[in-house]
Ligand binder design. Sequence first.
Ligand code: DX5
Ligand code: ZN
Length: 217
Amino acid sequence: MKEKLISPSLLSADFSHLGRDVEIMNASGADYLHIDIMDGVFVPNISYGMPVLDSINKCASKPLDVHLMIVEPERYIDRFVELGADILTIHAEATHHLHRAVQMIKAKGVQAGVSINPATPVSVLEDIICDVDWVLIMSVNPGFGGQKFIENTYAKIARLREMIEKSGSKARIEIDGGVNGDNASKLFDAGADMLVAGNYVFRHENPSRAIEILKGL
Ligand code: DX5
Ligand code: ZN
């Protein structure tokens, strides 16, 4: 059976008890920890940056799935690798030189991800699909947790699956935004490999149980 991976987003954690929430994730069935880095330019919000990621890295036992929502991400690839990123994802819309940036990430020995916003077609990935480890489809407009899932995402997953199969790429598909207990199984069935969930996990009375529910357990 296909793996159903979950990457809980710490953006919805309680920042006054961040260490505690990371420990809860360490003890859970989470596969990665999703870290949202926002610069207030690429997206209309600022989240947290390097010192916070450094602290998370020191107490997290799960691999780190770092999602950069920043312009010209190539400026900071080295730093985020040093800070412990296992997957480093950049936005196709945020750089003029996506191919170069992806090669920079891979040269550092970490998994390279490319993300696309809801209005960006899957077709922009055609010439890079064989170079990436992950494609992160945004299923909300990036910038905030707790938004409503965009239904067109299913059609994008189908188009991306087809591109991956035709090209022979080994890229895996990650979905980010508005994921919950009602749409998770449909997303996995549509071809997603990993789901990010912020609000659903951290607003749940039992975050570990929320992760199990997302995995269909
Ligand atoms: C949004 C971030 C997401 C966010 C998801 O820009 O990329 O990772 O934390 O949060 P939920 O699951 O609450 O939509
Ligand atoms: Zn994210």
